[in-house]
Ligand binder design. Structure first.
Ligand code: ACO
Length: 435
């Protein structure tokens, strides 16, 4: 059903002899909805929707995606305009508060964030107990959980001032945490944030500054990093955001909920894809396999190989974020004076895929992760840090969605049903009588 104007058509469901009327709900844009919650009470049937292909667990005012037209908007603003004109913290305010901030409010917010980037020495100890080889996402999830222990005054999910504090603390401390994870892996001493440096400058310096040296990067470096964070800032009900909402629906605090989002994001089918893309491109380079031959492997179902960075649950045309990143990749590499043959391989792989019937028929296009890794690599980040960078970008979205859920009077604890297909009741068999 896709009525755009007027009243929505009535929806009825025929169950045997009975006809059940289902209420509908109008979207301001995109797909309207059918309310299926009373279905079980009315009919004894539950809706099966593995992978939530057609289930909206909430209404939301935050992000709009039209996957067929390749449109992404935060609070109504096109991603292309935000990527070009805004900063990451400005976009964070837009997502979390609902409106673009005034210059005064933005400055006050930046000052508040700046004040809280510091991590106490007790907190810094946790990085030394994690093994250097630990995957950064494991440490990141643990560190965010630890925040619940360090800042007890910001835990109450129903107290707006506690939520406001948790919001600021998460946004402020996450860059410091991520830079420490990197420095720990490198065996370098942890640095302190500096007041007066911008959010992105502080993050880059704390990450890359070598002992006894100054860290300097061209403006293009900071701008590209800021833009990549903006592009990742929200993506409506994706796997990690749904996890954050689900955990928060039990009124778990914001830190515990966001840490669940980090766990979901670590998966190679979600945030881990940017790391996998780079590994894939390196494999193609190191084995000297022709992109066309590699594509034959991808299409061979028995190989279980996917073209990483391609395909999306929602976008069935070019991911608008991928278009921005692709455009930036050449420019950023040139500004940084980096020549990377992986970028040439990526262009070639994309060309082969976009003209191959397998990808055309399934409407598989590059997603945001296809080119991001190449930019991060040019900046000096190892592949294992790509997903933490994604998490930093996605943080405002997780927070905004969690806050929307907590305030929603219709929200309930997330508790899906199932269709049980296991054994009916059977007698217990003692251990010595089992085959
Ligand atoms: N390479 C090869 N085939 C693919 C790919 C791919 N990357 N993606 C989907 N397909 C095929 C599937 O095999 C399936 O084929 P079939 O109809 O013959 O069985 C068809 O396209 C549909 O695929 P699904 O897995 O059903 O699509 P779904 O919407 O569930 O998955 C997903 C989306 C997980 C992103 C998938 O496209 C994928 O695995 N891509 C690679 C991983 C990736 O890049 N993830 C990042 C996602 S974006 C993000 O998190 C920011």
């Amino acid at each position: 059903m896709a009525a755009s104007k007027g009243t929505l058509p009535a929806v009825s469901l025929q169950v045997g002899e009975r006809s059940i009327e289902l209420a509908t709900i109008r979207a301001s844009q995109g797909n309207h909805g059918i309310v299926v919650a009373p279905l079980m009470k009315e009919t004894g049937l539950v809706a099966l929707d593995t992978g939530y292909l057609n289930t909206a667990p909430c209404t939301s005012e935050i992000t709009f995606i039209d996957g067929d037209a390749g449109i992404l908007r935060y609070r109504g603003y096109p991603i292309e305009q935000l990527a070009e004109k805004s900063t990451f913290l400005e976009v964070a305010m837009l997502l979390i508060k609902g409106e673009l901030p005034s210059a005064h409010d933005l400055e006050a917010f930046e000052t508040r964030i700046d004040k809280h980037m510091y991590l106490s020495d007790d907190f810094r100890q946790i990085f030394s107990v994690m093994p250097r080889r630990a995957h950064p996402m494991a440490t990141l999830g643990a560190a965010i959980n630890m925040m619940a222990g360090f800042y007890p005054e910001s835990l109450d999910p129903l107290d707006p001032s506690a939520v406001s504090l948790a919001t600021v603390l998460l946004l402020a401390k996450m860059p410091t945490i991520i830079s420490y994870i990197y420095r720990r892996a490198q065996g370098n001493a942890l640095l302190y944030p500096k007041h007066g440096q911008s959010y992105i400058e502080n993050f880059a310096r704390m990450t890359f500054q070598l002992p006894g040296e100054r860290f300097e990067a061209p403006e293009a470096f900071y701008r590209a990093l800021d833009t990549l964070l903006i592009l990742h800032a929200d993506h409506e009900q994706n796997c990690s955001t749904s996890s954050v909402r689900m955990i928060g629906s039990a009124q778990a605090n914001l830190y515990m909920s966001v840490s669940g989002g980090v766990s979901a994001l670590s998966g190679p089918l979600h945030g881990g894809a940017n790391e996998s893309v780079l590994n894939m491109l390196q494999y193609i380079r190191d084995t000297d396999i022709e992109p066309k031959k590699f594509m034959e492997k991808v299409k061979d179902r028995s190989s279980n190989i996917r073209l990483m960075g391609f395909g999306h649950r929602v976008y069935k045309s070019y991911d608008p974020r991928a278009a921005i990143v692709k455009e930036q990749a050449d420019a950023v590499l040139a500004a940084l004076g980096v020549k990377d043959e992986l970028l040439d391989i990526a262009h070639e792989v994309e060309q082969v895929a976009l003209s191959d019937d397998y990808f055309i028929e399934r409407r598989l296009y590059p997603n945001v992760d296809f080119y991001t890794g190449i930019i991060y690599r040019a900046m000096g980040f190892p592949a294992s840090m790509f997903t933490p960078l994604f998490a930093l970008g996605r943080l405002p979205g997780w927070i905004a969605q969690w806050r929307e859920m907590i305030r929603d009077p219709a929200a309930k604890i997330g508790r899906p049903r199932q269709i049980y297909v296991g054994h009916p009741e059977r007698e217990y068999v003692p251990l010595d009588q089992r085959p």
